[in-house]
Structures are given as structure tokens and as C-alpha cells.
Design a protein around this ligand. Structure first.
Ligand SMILES: NC(=O)c1ccc[n+]([C@@H]2O[C@H](COP(=O)([O-])OP(=O)(O)OC[C@H]3O[C@@H](n4cnc5c(N)ncnc54)[C@H](O)[C@@H]3O)[C@@H](O)[C@H]2O)c1
Length: 371
């Protein structure tokens, strides 16, 4: 198979779909790899790294889309890229089709086969191609929150770890999943006093069994949440209800109970945010003030550390990419029901039920297509 990796064109996207290591592996499996000139530069991979791995550099995205059997990307194809997709071509990337009828329509019209990173599953019910970005965003959250807490940024002027004789910052993490656990561990590592709230007792038990001593846990009742939020220097929002908008767990009225200059880092902003006062911000202008509480609500946090994020994503996508290239999408999906869950579009048919429900479109069973 010929695998192609174009340069990402979404604003402020510096990640790349294939690392030089991924290209090397694909070539070792007997495939050809074409990379658009400069595609890896934003993640610190010059063209020469890909050439050393055995890939061929092409000047334009048009050449990549015209020659590759399978396109490997990071973000959903933009309108100009969707025009270049063709029948029979395989697309492997994040898609997030449910809120995006234009993209869904264009992918159906192209005749391509599209496998979405975000809907591939694992045997434990997790989302293995989403998890690495949650790990990155979780670890970043206390880092950006600590910066937000600095006086010059409108914050309370509190140091995460305190110093001998001065108490550390009190950090509250709402949601103890992948983001929340990584955020809590980093905040605790910085010396903060950390409490994680979650509604799932099994999850709280897991956290308590594994991280007792590092951070505390608390059941996310309204009363506990209100009390802890009022006492916090920093609140990190990390909840997820799969397939749904994030629940609003802290109201605007509650901000008046918070300490002046406290920091909110709403990682769940990509699902609408879990604070009533959250709205998405960008890396250029990440924070804003509501009632004296500083909000950090960047929807693509991993973009801030593009190199780490690219390598983390590549580690997770590589086995699936190789299976797709080695066997073709049909056999690879027939052999692996978790990869089949990633199939969203095939030859003009929508194959993912949640997307069909969200957009009012007919859905064809993916199982029928692999028979
Ligand atoms: N902003 C970004 O750049 C970025 C990057 C990665 C992930 N995210 C987002 O971060 C959020 C968390 O992702 P994740 O991978 O950690 O999800 P996850 O499924 O691993 O964890 C979510 C946790 O939230 C808990 N939860 C659900 N409802 C709750 C409630 N009402 N109160 C308390 N806890 C509740 C669940 O029990 C679960 O433990 C998601 O919205 C995800 O999209 C954002």
C-alpha cells in the first residue's frame, strides 16, 4: 500500500499524522510512504528524518492525495482536503463527525473509507486513540493553571507547592478519568494539596487504592463540589459523559463563593465545558476573567506541546495503521472488532450510529460491510 501524510492545515495545528518512526515501520512492512514537504517541522521532524526512514517527500498536498491509497492525518480533513479524497481511498484520522454535517456530507460524497481515531475502542471499553491526548492535556492542566495563578496573569499569586512555612495551593480536580488522574498526579508532584472528585465509586476506589498519599478523593455530590470549589486556588474541569455535552457543574453564581484570583482550567471545554462561565479560547489568548476568577479554556491543549503529542499519538495509532496497511481495511476490521468501531464512512454509506442519530442520517451496519 502507499501511505500518504499531508501537512496539517487547520490553524495552529503543529502535529503531524506520521512520525519518521511510523514511516520506517510501514516501510519495513513493505509499504511505500509519501510525506508532504515540511509536514513534520511543527513537531520538530525535518524532511531529512523522513528521507532517512526511507520515505519520499512530495511538494504538495495535491500530490499526496492523488497518489496515496491511505491518508494518515491528525485533524479532520478541511474542506479543501475533502475535495481531494477519492473513491476507494482510506482515511485514518480524527473526524468528530457528529457536530459536523458539512464534513460528513463531503466524506460520504467522496466515496472514501474513513476510520475515526476517536471511535476506535479497546477491550476494556476505553478509547485508545483519544487517551494519549487526554494524558497530555491532563499533565498540562496544572502547568497552565500554575501560570494562570501568577499575579501578572490576573491570578491569586499563589505558588503551587508553597515554601517551608507557607501552605501549598489547594487544587480540586472534577472528574477522575484519564485527564483528571494525570492532572492530579502532576499537581501533587508540584507540591499542591490535591482533591479529586468523581461520581463513579469504582473509579474513586481505583484512585484511592493506587494514589493514596499523593492526592485525596471525594464523591462529586453537589454539596461536596460546592464546598471544595469555594476553598480552591485552582479547579480543573475533567469530566466526560461519552457522546454528550459536558454537564455544567459550577454555576456563575458559585464564582462569587470562590477566592478572588482563583484559576479555572476547563479541560472539558472541547465538550462544551463543565463551568457555566466557560467559553473556548486559543493558545494566543488563553485566559479571561469572570467575576475575578481567571478561566483557561483552550480546546486543543495538546497543540501547545506538539512534539510530545505527535509522538504519543503516533505510538497509539501505529499498530492500527500497520494492520490497515498490511491487510486492507476490510480484513483488518474483520479481524479486530475494536478497529471496526472506528469505521464511520464507507463508499457513500454512514456506518456509525451515534453520528447518524446526531445528524438524522441513515446508517449501514459496519458488520454487514465486512461480510
Ligand atoms: N481541552 C483539550 O485539549 C482536551 C484534550 C483531551 C481531552 N479533553 C477532554 O477532557 C475531558 C475528560 O476526558 P477523559 O479522557 O479524562 O475522560 P474519562 O472518560 O477518562 O474521564 C471522565 C471522568 O469524568 C467522570 N464524571 C462524569 N460525570 C461526572 C460528574 N458529573 N461529576 C464528576 N465526575 C464525573 C467519570 O466518572 C470519569 O471518571 C473530556 O471532555 C475530553 O474531551 C480535552
Amino acid at each position: 500500500m502507499k501511505l500518504g501524510c499531508p501537512k496539517e492545515i487547520k490553524p495552529q495545528e503543529f502535529r503531524v499524522g506520521m512520525t519518521p518512526n511510523a514511516a520506517r515501520e510501514a516501510i519495513a512492512h513493505g509499504h511505500d510512504v509519501v510525506i508532504e514537504k515540511g509536514a513534520g517541522v511543527g513537531s520538530g521532524f525535518p524532511d531529512s528524518d523522513y528521507i532517512d526512514a526511507g520515505a519520499v517527500i512530495l511538494d504538495t498536498a495535491e500530490e499526496i492525495f492523488a497518489t496515496a491509497d491511505m491518508i494518515v492525518k491528525v485533524k479532520e480533513p478541511q474542506a479543501v482536503e475533502r475535495k481531494m479524497l477519492r473513491e476507494g481511498q482510506l482515511l485514518f484520522t480524527y473526524l468528530h463527525l457528529a457536530p459536523d454535517p458539512d464534513q460528513t456530507h463531503d466524506l460520504l460524497a467522496s466515496g472514501c473509507t474513513a476510520i475515526a481515531y476517536e471511535t476506535v475502542t479497546d477491550p476494556r471499553g476505553g478509547l485508545p486513540l483519544l487517551a494519549p491526548m487526554s494524558e497530555v492535556a491532563g499533565k498540562l492542566a496544572p502547568q497552565v493553571g500554575a501560570w494562570t495563578l501568577q499575579k501578572a496573569n490576573g491570578g491569586r499569586g499563589v505558588l503551587m507547592g508553597g515554601v517551608p512555612g507557607v501552605r501549598p495551593a489547594h487544587v480540586v480536580v472534577i472528574g477522575g478519568g484519564v485527564v483528571g488522574t494525570h492532572a492530579a498526579r502532576v499537581a501533587a508532584g508540584m507540591g499542591a494539596d490535591v482533591t479529586v472528585l468523581d461520581m463513579s465509586l469504582p473509579r474513586l476506589r481505583y484512585l484511592d487504592d493506587n494514589f493514596r498519599g499523593e492526592f485525596k478523593t471525594s464523591y462529586a455530590s453537589q454539596g461536596n463540589t460546592a464546598e471544595l470549589v469555594a476553598a480552591a486556588d485552582m479547579v480543573i474541569g475533567a469530566v466526560l459523559i461519552p457522546g454528550a455535552a459536558a454537564p455544567k457543574l459550577v454555576s456563575r453564581a458559585q464564582l462569587s463563593t470562590m477566592k478572588p484570583g482563583a484559576a479555572i482550567v476547563d479541560v472539558a471545554i472541547d465538550q462544551g465545558g463543565c463551568f457555566e462561565t466557560s467559553h473556548a479560547t486559543t493558545h494566543e489568548n488563553p485566559i479571561y476573567d469572570v467575576d475575578g476568577v481567571m478561566h483557561y479554556c483552550v480546546a486543543n491543549m495538546p497543540g501547545a506541546v506538539a512534539r510530545t503529542s505527535t509522538i504519543a499519538l503516533g505510538n497509539a495509532t501505529m499498530p492500527f495503521m500497520l494492520a490497515l496497511a498490511d491487510k486492507g481495511w476490510k480484513q483488518a476490521c474483520a479481524d479486530d472488532p475494536h478497529l471496526l468501531e472506528g469505521l464511520n464512512v464507507h463508499a457513500g454509506k454512514l456506518t456509525y450510529y451515534a453520528v447518524g442519530k446526531a445528524l438524522g442520517l441513515d446508517v449501514t451496519s459496519p458488520q454487514l460491510l465486512i461480510k
